[in-house]
Design a protein around this ligand. Structure first.
Ligand SMILES: [Zn+2]
Length: 191
């Protein structure tokens, strides 16, 4: 069902769930998921309560697509260069922080991905997104240190973050940068 509240267009999807939720679709519409018995009045009340959050999310989606449009979709040539650069720089940074912290690792895999920035397997293999090579070096370093520290703590506990901050004190600043700007870089990878 397609409806509108103020200037927002929204779609309701009813199901067997027991709570109402709302999410922003990539084309900046609201998708409301609600229990089968919910009335339109209840949905609109819920959306009014969530108004500030919704506006913030929509603005964020807009900023992300503007940023991506400014930077442009990566051409095949740019992607080949990016992969070459990433395969050189990322292992260098891993090596540097591994020596600094005394943490060991197994193999490094670098891929161009639209989802994750990095991961660490139980075998000690480290995976990184090649897109990191386009960002400020501190952002790459923050992801490298994060994944290396998973060799000591396979969770996101306080002990894990203490370790991260010991090795890379500016971690929070650059992690925030990645959360704010990362999505735009992922949009630069075409279909
Ligand atoms: Zn993690």
């Amino acid at each position: 069902m397609k409806l509108a509240l103020e200037k927002f267009e929204y779609i309701i999807k009813k199901s067997r769930r027991t709570t109402i939720s709302v999410q922003i679709t990539p084309d900046q519409k609201l998708l409301v998921k609600a229990p089968a018995y919910t009335s339109i009045k209840e949905v609109e009340e819920f959306l009014r309560e969530k108004r500030d959050w919704i506006i913030k999310q929509i603005n964020r989606t807009k900023v992300t697509s503007q940023q991506a449009a400014q930077m442009g979709i990566l051409s095949d040539k740019e992607i080949r260069k990016l992969k070459r650069d990433a395969k050189k720089i990322i292992p260098e940074r891993v090596e540097y922080y591994a020596k600094l912290s005394g943490i060991t690792y197994n193999r490094i895999f670098i891929r161009l991905q639209k989802s994750r920035w990095g991961s660490c397997s139980i075998e000690g293999n480290l995976n990184f997104n090649a897109l990191l090579a386009l960002m400020p070096l501190e952002v790459l370093d923050s992801v490298v240190v994060h994944e290396l520290c998973h060799r000591r703590h396979m969770d996101h506990s306080k002990a894990f973050y203490d370790e991260v901050l010991k090795i890379f004190p500016d971690y929070k600043k650059w992690d925030k940068w990645l959360k704010q700007n990362g999505a735009a870089y992922q949009l630069r990878v075409g279909e």
